[in-house]
Ligand binder design. Structure first.
Ligand code: MCN
Length: 786
């Protein structure tokens, strides 16, 4: 029985956050620090004919003003695409626009001044002569002939086309189907809205020619490679990146942003520390946004409900430029899970990646997988209604049987492990599904619009196997690294290449390290997010930290244990094979003689004093490990929502919510529940409230939190959660990721519930967000025969 793993230990990081002692990039204040503000394009599409910066430069307190040309002249190369789809078009993304702006918010010039206020004032003195061009914001409209063109080298604004699966098998399934269900849906654009807006601060050391950049990033090592090898050209060993406390990322900080290059370059150019902090409105305009898919999905079934084919066509809006992983999301993270939990022979999907005059899109919690599971779980629900089957029954009929894992899907990936009947059994029991249905009947008899929505989902996560991700198009490896240093006194420092933005790594990682080494959680310090301290890593996204980061720690701990055993054997004059490393008690003893024992601290002290080491043993007790797993992990979930709709206003009230998740072995149940809850709440936002709306001129209409509606505590019902456990064979800890599960499953669950409530009125589908206005209009249209 593990001492710490599996326990709901309170998060050790929380006291500092609760006391306001977190250290964020915006808090960094260095002697002589200057401040940067960035001029943003007010046009969605325009040629830049001229930029006059003289008046801004002349303002008292302004240190310098730079344009895109200055950066290019100084040798800065454009941002890169870190994932490359075959035949992906090259569409240069300059840190500051050169001759053309392509979305409202595109950077045009940067002002450096003594204070942030002077920098902001100076922005108004920069005169830009724009020649406005026609605008396109909708992905399907952008691929039409005659649509405004963003880049000459990307005809019809099509950056790539990516097919996956067996087209012939899919077509055969539809030819032979008894029943075909079709749905066109929009997965609307979202703004991630991390609580901490992005920021960057940089310091150049003229003497050592080293540059330090503090940045709100989910992956400092990847950003360092990109800045060193591709954009800025400062050698990797002279470039130190730090992400101190990061206040939420949700995928939006999984990117290398223009501002990171701009701030780093300016610090060197003016030879002063500089800082840029985004405002909330600037964040709405320029943070990477999520989703924005237009999809046509078809499902082929036999009359008994057996699903035989899935066909998917998606136009994915990439925005104006390809973000670092912008093309990864609607391809390898999307089409690889379009058959979900189901055994379907004919599966084929295709994505067109489309450039439009909107902010670039990229990862947002779930990133590609909420999109795939939403279309699948929606159309399965529609099929159940059309075949007059219970939605759980139809799903059960098509699950991949538990004894068929590992399971090769028709869309490239192999599922590691799963038991989908088991999770639905638990959900049915846990939610008292039969009673929910009976209560619904009674409510319907009284004329109330009550709906019960069901959804399953699975997630490809634990982004890892480097051979696979490389073959898919990733530019970097996806292993993880860990370093353990046992200090002479037995206290432990763990360096990990992943880095939290709120996921509680300081606690859960310490739980694993403590158990692995037989020390207390309070004796372990988890260090992350600093390239000078952590030698290598790939950061946090794709729910990979537990499944890829923790095994690296376990592997390094194993090396430590082995060395400690060897040393203890020498100290106790026993043979190495007879030494027991007791991880519960934190001691090493001779088998059969527990009184002949040494504490971990005694062994590590001996390792460092090195007065009496075995022959060939080096002093010290530290180890390094890389973990490159053989496969992704595939956690899964089954959720139910109960909603009621107000007939007069169309307002949806979420009344009850049940979720059962399977994330393999759980390190910290409280953290895991928190992750699932946070994820569900984000999808309540997508289902009912949030939408990044651009008008036809490319102006962002929901550019502030007055217009972009986030869910609030009073709209969230009690989230009743349970778990099943199907361990993953892909890592020694048997864990699967959890960080995105709630987000992936909750959207179809809630939308299915709303459509279930509206079914008696004949409403089949409404695109999210299901605002009162949209629901009410759909109700009116159906009552008027529309
Ligand atoms: N964990 C566990 N047992 C498991 C799996 C995970 O105890 N079987 C713990 C882990 O040790 C970790 C946490 O749960 O403390 C989440 O682990 P994991 O699922 O590996 O996800 P990551 O740590 O890699 O986090 C990434 C994931 C993603 S992709 C997004 S987006 C996201 C999310 O996590 N963004 C978040 N959760 C977030 N939570 C907060 N507060 N803020 C964000 O920006």
């Amino acid at each position: 029985m593990a001492k710490n793993v599996g326990k709901s230990i309170k998060r050790v990081e929380d006291p500092r956050f609760l006391k306001g002692q977190g250290r964020y990039v915006a808090n960094i204040d260095l002697p002589g620090m200057a401040h940067v503000a960035i001029l943003r394009s007010p046009h969605a599409h325009a040629n830049i004919k001229n930029i006059q910066t003289n008046k801004a430069t002349a303002l008292e307190g302004v240190i310098a003003v730079f344009t895109g040309k200055d950066l290019v002249d100084a040798g800065l190369d454009p941002l890169i695409s870190g994932f490359n789809v075959p035949e992906q078009k090259v569409t240069p993304y300059y840190q500051l626009a050169l001759d053309k702006v392509r979305y409202v918010g595109d950077g045009v010039a940067a002002v450096v001044a003594e204070t942030p206020y002077i920098a902001d004032d100076a922005l108004e003195l920069i005169e830009v002569d724009y020649e406005a061009l026609p605008v396109v914001v909708d992905a399907k409209a952008a691929v039409e002939d005659g649509a405004p063109q963003l880049f000459e080298d990307a005809p019809n604004n099509t950056c790539f086309y990516w097919p996956l699966g067996d087209k012939d098998a899919m077509e055969k399934a539809f030819e032979e189907a008894d029943h075909v269900v079709e749905l066109a849906l929009v997965n609307q654009r979202l703004i991630p809205n991390a609580m901490e807006p992005r920021a960057a601060a940089a310091q150049w050391n003229n003497a050592t020619e080293e540059l330090t950049l503090w940045t709100t990033s989910q992956h400092v090592h990847i950003t360092r490679v990109v800045m060193s090898a591709f954009t800025l050209g400062i050698p990797e060993h002279k470039l130190r990146l730090l992400a101190p406390d990061v206040g939420g990322g949700f995928g939006s900080k999984l990117c290398h942003y223009a501002e990171e290059d701009i701030i780093a370059w300016i610090a060197r150019a003016v030879d002063r520390p500089v800082k840029w902090v985004s405002s909330r409105s600037e964040a709405c305009l320029t943070d990477r946004q999520g989703r924005d898919h237009q999809t046509e999905v078809r499902l082929a079934l036999k009359s008994d409900g057996t699903i035989t084919g899935i066909g998917v066509k998606t136009w994915a809006n990439l925005g104006a430029y390809v973000a670092l992983v912008g093309t990864l999301i609607p391809t390898a993270l999307y089409l690889t899970s379009i058959s979900g939990m189901y055994k379907v022979p004919g599966v084929f999907g295709e994505t067109w990646g489309v450039l439009t005059n909107t902010a670039p899109t990229s990862a947002y919690r779930g990133a590609g997988r909420p999109e795939s599971q939403y279309l699948l779980e929606r159309i399965i629900d529609m099929a159940a209604r059309e075949l007059d089957m219970d939605p759980i029954e139809l799903r059960r009929k098509n699950f991949i049987p538990a004894d068929e894992f590992p399971y090769q899907t028709p869309v490239a990936v192999v599922y590691d492990s799963g038991d989908y009947d088991k999770i639905f059994d638990k959900l049915v029991e846990f939610s008292d599904y039969d009673k929910l249905r009976k209560d619904q009947e009674k409510a319907r008899e009284k004329g109330r619009l009550v709906g019960v929505g069901v959804s399953g989902c699975l997630e490809l996560c634990g982004l890892s196997p480097s051979e696979v991700t490389g073959s898919l198009g990733f530019a970097v490896g996806q292993w993880e690294a860990a370093d353990i240093r046992v200090h002479p006194t037995g206290k432990v420092t763990v360096h990990t290449g992943v880095q939290p933005q709120g996921q509680g790594h300081e606690t859960t990682f310490a739980q694993v390290a403590a158990d692995q080494l037989g020390v207390e959680v309070s004796d372990v310090d988890i260090v992350y997010g600093d390239t000078a301290k952590v030698s290598q890593g790939n950061g946090t996204y794709g729910s990979r930290s537990a499944a890829v980061g923790l095994p690296a720690i376990a592997m390094a701990a194993n090396k430590i244990r082995n060395k400690a055993k060897k040393l203890a054997a020498h100290m106790l004059e026993a043979s190495e094979e007879d030494i027991v490393y007791d991880q519960d008690e934190g001691k090493l003893y001779v088998k059969g003689s527990p009184d002949k024992s040494l504490g971990i601290g005694e062994v590590s002290f001996a390792a460092y004093t090195a007065h009496n080491l075995p022959e060939d043993m080096e002093p010290g007790l530290e180890a390094h490990a890389y973990f490159n797993p053989p496969n992704f992990t595939f956690p899964f979930a089954a959720h139910i929502a109960q909603v009621e709709i107000d007939r007069d206003t169309g307002k949806v009230t979420l009344q009850r919510y049940f979720g059962v998740d399977d994330v393999g072995n759980i390190i910290n149940p409280m953290v895991v529940e928190g992750q699932v809850m946070g994820g569900i709440v984000q999808s309540i936002g997508q289902a009912l409230l949030e939408h990044a709306v651009y008008d036809e001129n490319g102006q962002l209409l929901s550019g502030s939190l007055m217009d972009y509606v986030l869910p609030r505590a009073d709209e969230i019902p009690m989230l009743e959660l349970g778990f099943t456990k199907t361990t993953s064979p892909t890592n020694p800890l048997g864990v699967k990721g959890v960080g995105e599960m709630g987000t992936i499953v909750a959207l179809p669950t809630i939308v299915n519930a709303v459509m279930d409530a509206l079914a008696p009125l004949g409403v089949k589908h409404i695109d999210t967000p299901l605002t009162p206005e949209k629901v009410w209009l759909a109700m009116q249209a159906s009552q008027n025969g529309g």
